[in-house]
Ligand binder design. Structure first.
Ligand code: UD1
Length: 356
């Protein structure tokens, strides 16, 4: 059986790693790894392959950046040739990025079976490009692997055949569990006692420069009480430079380059509070039991709120400040680890793919 995996953007890499490993232990399985090149900076891509111990991609489509239509179309036209040449029995796609939906569309037209890892998540907010990617990918996929039972419920509500849906748990947490001992060795010696760890990259937060400016002001205020460490995504870096906001960098609010996987995980384990608009970080903080303020009005990962340590604070400086004050006052839920976030999701996926 020939299985071809498609990844493209930073959050895909920690999801494919455990699935590659789980399938590698099974006999009679050939694997091909395709990188679309959606993320291409060394600190957004190569360093993740190194730290996660992944093989180099067999194919790199080198599509790079562009508008959504350009990027998706380029991936499709280049990926189609790879599928025609390599003739996989199954293509596995991950998460909700443009590479995910582009690959799924190509396979559907070529009648190659698709498995979607991290299926069924819904924010019910179609202004998010990722929501469109999720809906379309799930419509096309033959096997839908959900990380939490809300995913199953969403898919059933949308009329997906129940036989295709498999609740397997969270592959991102497989990687976190495997890498945690190594991450603990990466904790910097000079780390402040208390600090907020920040990431922001969603268009809704960083493309609106008025809001971005007010967000930085809020982070500066938080910096009066504790250090604020902010590894800056390239998209955010560009916006900050455009608005000349990158000058706020200082001792209390530290703008940093994007961090490698282990270094970022290390900082999460010790953070007083995490402030983010990422999807995966809502999950990682829930697993680690670290308070998380999500700077969005909705989330496709509601289990991080119902079971975990996540709270939506929206685009509201007052709610962000109040959240930080609650954390500092010790007024935060302890949370619990959601069902099947146990380090074995990829093994369940491998077993299902093998028998499909
Ligand atoms: C993408 C995903 C998003 C995911 C995020 C994680 C989509 C629609 N969005 O958003 O879901 O949370 O990745 O990081 O797929 N850039 C660089 N170097 C890189 C990559 C990007 O400089 O290696 C810059 C480019 O100017 C580019 C911009 O960042 O235009 C945005 O990159 P893009 O891949 O379009 O989307 P992300 O915002 O990274």
């Amino acid at each position: 059986m020939h299985i071809l995996h498609v990844v493209g953007a930073r959050p895909n890499f920690m999801k494919v790693a455990p699935v590659l490993r789980a399938l590698a232990t099974r006999s009679g399985i050939q694997q091909t790894l395709v990188h679309t090149g959606q993320h291409y900076d060394a600190n957004m891509s190569d360093v993740f392959f190194e730290q996660l111990g992944m093989p180099a991609p067999d194919v790199n489509l080198e599509v790079g950046s562009g508008s959504h239509a350009q990027q998706t179309a380029q991936i499709m036209s280049k990926f189609e040739l790879v599928v025609l040449e390599r003739k996989p029995d199954f293509v596995v796609v991950y998460g909700d990025v443009n590479s995910t939906v582009a690959a799924a569309l190509v396979c559907a037209k070529l009648m190659v079976r698709v498995a979607h890892v991290e299926a069924g998540l819904r924010s019910y907010d179609r202004t998010m490009p990722e929501e469109i990617n999720r809906i379309v990918t799930d419509r096309l996929a033959d096997l839908l692997f959900t990380p939490s039972t809300d995913g199953d419920e969403n898919l059933i509500r949308e009329g997906v055949d129940q036989g295709r849906i498999h609740f397997v748990g969270n592959v991102m947490i497989d990687t976190l569990i495997r890498m945690l001992p190594a991450a603990r060795k990466c904790i910097p010696a000079e780390l402040p006692e208390r600090y907020a760890l920040v990431t922001l990259h969603r268009p809704a937060n960083v493309d609106d420069l008025d809001w971005l400016s007010s967000m930085l002001q809020t982070l500066g205020d938080i910096g009066e009480g504790m250090a604020v460490l902010f590894p800056v995504h390239p998209r955010t870096r560009q916006r900050l430079a455009e608005a000349k906001l990158d000058r706020v960098n200082g001792d209390r609010l530290r703008l940093m380059e994007p961090l490698p996987y282990l270094d970022f995980l290390a900082l999460q384990t010790r953070a007083t509070v995490v402030i983010t608009d990422s999807g995966g970080i809502q999950e990682e903080t829930t697993f680690l039991g670290v308070p998380c303020l999500t700077v969005r009005e909705n989330t496709e990962r509601p289990v991080t709120i119902s079971a975990g340590t996540n709270v939506l604070v929206g685009r509201s400086p007052a709610r962000i400040r109040a959240g930080v004050a609650d954390v500092l006052a010790g007024n935060w839920v302890k949370g619990r680890v959601p069902e099947l976030w146990d380090g074995h999701a990829a093994e369940r996926i491998a077993a299902i793919i093998e028998r499909s």
